[in-house]
Design a protein around this ligand. Structure first.
Ligand code: FAD
Length: 286
């Protein structure tokens, strides 16, 4: 199914997961563990599983293999992420042909983070150009990233929104959001998108907190707020990893319930390749 069909066919909210190709997996053991974890989450009937892509193509082969197995073994629609930074048009064209040869229907089109060594290939500067290229050269249905608290590089929130609008005007059909821990940011973002005429579904990205240090690192990297209550609770229990995981599930369940009450079209879980927290949250809210 393509993205449009997925987000219009179902009356219920669409459940989707994000996974990443395991690192340092020479014997393939971590990949098997990933599929065991995904199998545990199949009972919540995901409509889509997305697979991240290392900017510059560092894990391209692993990413393609996971996509192939999601489709064949799990019978779930896969959505590869793809970044255009530091990649030539020729490379992009080859990749798109490869995934279409596996009958992949969807793609999340991204620019990717700029490499620290400044080694940027200038064929594509921003994700909107990639959306344009994909729409002109393939039959893929395209999703893009959106940032409820603004992208970390953006000069102003308004400019960032206008760039999002460009991505949509060039053919993006669904927007997947950056993680957030304060639903107000998401609600306000959706409202501002609607005012600009962006009518495509904005799917909230949910990260269940499971590790104190990791959360602060990721939030800092992506420039997202950690609300005071979440911060204080995690700081108070920072040496108790079981409590952190339990509280993370409780917190995300509450976030998801409120989002569902506000009629979101779907929930996209950043699984970090683990099933337990996401499974517990879905058990709590569905
Ligand atoms: P863009 O839309 O190009 O935006 C990047 C910045 O440029 C923004 O500040 C924007 O305001 C500005 N901008 C946009 N268009 C223009 C324009 N035409 N002219 C001038 N300025 C412009 N990274 C990975 O490496 N691999 C992944 O698999 C991955 N998956 C992700 C999934 C989701 C749901 C999200 C939210 C992010 C993901 N990222 C991933 C991170 C993403 O690559 C980074 O946030 C990256 O810095 C921006 O990518 P983008 O597609 O949003 O870029």
């Amino acid at each position: 199914m393509n993205l449009k069909e997925i987000y219009t066919a179902k009356k219920e909210p669409v459940i989707s997961y994000e996974v990443f190709p395991p690192k340092d997996d020479t014997d393939g053991e971590k990949l098997e563990t990933l599929f065991e974890e995904l199998n545990k989450l199949l009972c919540y009937k995901p409509s889509l599983i997305s697979v991240t892509y290392g900017a510059g193509g560092s894990n391209r082969n692993e990413s393609v293999e996971i996509i192939r197995r999601i489709k064949k073994e799990l019978n779930v629609t896969p959505m590869p992420h793809f970044t255009c930074v530091s990649t030539s048009t020729k490379n992009i064209s080859e990749y798109l042909k490869t995934i279409e040869s596996f009958d992949v229907k969807n793609i999340l089109a991204l620019r990717g983070d700029l490499p620290k060594d400044g080694n940027v290939c200038h064929d594509f500067k921003h994700a909107d150009e990639l959306v344009d290229y994909i729409k002109a050269n393939t039959n893929l249905s395209v999703a893009v990233a959106g940032y409820p608290e603004g992208h970390k590089e953006c000069e102003s929130f308004e400019k960032d929104l206008n760039y999002l609008k460009q991505k949509v005007e060039k053919g993006a059909e669904v927007i997947f959001s950056q993680m957030f821990f304060n639903n107000e940011h998401y609600f306000s973002f959706v409202e501002k998108c609607a005012k600009l005429g962006i009518t495509q579904p904005v799917i909230p990205g949910i990260l269940p907190v499971s590790n104190y240090k990791q959360l602060f690192k990721m939030a800092d990297m992506c420039r997202v707020e950690i609300p005071a209550k979440l911060k204080e609770t995690l700081e108070r229990h920072k040496d108790d990893s079981d409590y952190t995981k339990k509280y993370g599930i409780e917190y995300a369940s509450h976030q998801c319930s409120e989002l569902l009450q506000n009629k979101v079209r779907g929930l996209h879980f950043y699984t970090l390749n683990k099933s337990y927290a996401v499974g517990q949250i879905l058990k709590n809210i569905l």
